[in-house]
Write a new protein. Sequence first.
Length: 358
Amino acid sequence: MPFHKNFKLQGKSFSSKEELINFSKKNLDVEVANFLQQWFDDSLFVEVKTSGSTGKPKVIKLQKNYMINSAIATGNYFNLFENSTALLCMSSKYIAGKMMLVRALTLGWHIDIVEASLNPLKNCEKQYDFSAMVPMQLHNSLTELHKLKKLIVGGGVVSDTLLDKIQNVNTEIFATYGMTETITHIAVKKLNNCYSELVEESHFEVLPNVTISIDSRGCLIINAPDIAKEKMITNDLVELVSPIAFKWLGRFDTVINSGGVKLIPNQIEKKFSKVITERFFVAGIKDEVLGEKLILVIEKLLTERSRTEKRILNSLKNLQSLTKYEIPKEIYSIKNFVETETKKINRIETLKMIKNTD
């Protein structure tokens, strides 16, 4: 697999793939070296581990030519061509980090790699054209964002509080929609430098050569022949805005049926985020009367549990946007949420801890 003649890693150019692999083994994280070895071997595929945020982690095979097509689509969409500078500050163990490397190799970027920390820009002295982060990294990098011209954010929902904080920064910030199976993002949404009302109502717009539809459940179907041979049927509930745009509503497999009323956690959590500053999520648990009842799970020190839960419940009852069905029947406090390896909340495992908090 060749790489672009203008490609640079940590400021260094390479004359051969062997020189690049040896450099990575001596100077970079083992995951980077392992991926580069896999990228340049004779196989047509790369094995990638899913994050496990929506199910049990698994290893899937992605075609290298599809990964190259994805890289080219990103470069074209964001006008990031040869000699663009990029910062990799996510783990290359998962697809998001791997694809930053593939984009650089394919498009001839000059890429630097730093530790995948919560504040990756803290010790950076250069300015970069492009980077990718998860919401927690963005939250901790607000005072350093001037070092980036364009930033994509994935791996979680950006809260209303964080949205407000990024509106007037010069960095162009975009939310992405995608998954390991789609080789990262197939759709993008602008998050800042516009009125908050427009952000609220904005929709994901698909990349070129991607078409979308919905199935009988209202879930997104993706047709992207440049990155996948077959159509991909997701479990993501969406509202189609146009043939190339959609609004993400939530996950079909997390919908709560409470007394015949269907509740979508993502929509409820968005409303809750206006008054809850702690990390939280909502879920449904079995109930003899309702079938399922809505609960709120919040990350908080247990010594402050009673006071915190009372404050939150009062705040939620004052939210005019909430219906009576969206008021949680129970509030649970857990000191530390269980996380996936990519620092997403592992809701299934965290819910198992509830019985130990009473």
